[in-house]
Write a protein that binds this ligand. Structure first.
Ligand SMILES: C[S@@+](CC[C@H](N)C(=O)[O-])C[C@H]1O[C@@H](n2cnc3c(N)ncnc32)[C@H](O)[C@@H]1O
Length: 129
């Protein structure tokens, strides 16, 4: 009985972290997603078929592990990301400071429910979770 409750509690904790990573466990969850989601990203990229100069938005980018892969898919891509976890935005920002500096990447800490970009601003918007 106790064992069942414990297992359920762990799954709930993981689900909470996957939904909105935070704290030390949030960093670890980000790393876990880097491993578990790489095939999903490969498949997503194939489907997106990005073209030169595309303006692309990723919703819920986690720690941004796949940004470089996305940007390498075609020349001159401008990538934007929005994620409501302050931890994930900070992690991704640290890891990709050079891309942000170069203007290829812009990150926003916010909820996809309340985005402020104008209509038709992006060629493609995607989520990979
Ligand atoms: C399961 S993780 C996936 C991360 C990454 N896309 C990957 O596959 O490795 C979900 C991410 O989306 C973010 N997220 C979930 N709902 C969101 C929303 N409504 N607006 C912005 N970010 C959201 C979370 O903070 C988290 O970083």
């Amino acid at each position: 009985m106790f064992h069942r409750f414990f297992k359920q509690w762990k799954w709930k904790r993981l689900a909470r972290q996957l939904r909105k990573p935070s704290g030390k466990a949030g960093k670890d969850t980000g790393l876990l997603m880097n491993l578990s989601n790489r095939y999903m990203y490969a498949l997503t990229l194939e489907q997106l078929a990005l073209k030169e100069g595309d303006q692309v938005l990723e919703i819920g980018f986690g720690n941004g592990h796949f940004f470089q892969q996305i940007l390498s898919a075609a020349e001159g891509i401008h990538l934007y990301g929005i994620d409501y976890s302050p931890l994930m935005v900070a992690e991704a920002g640290k890891e990709h400071a050079a891309l942000i500096q170069s203007g290829q990447l812009q990150l926003v800490n916010g909820n996809s429910d309340t985005m402020t970009w104008p209509d038709q601003y992006f060629d493609l918007i995607f989520v990979s979770m």
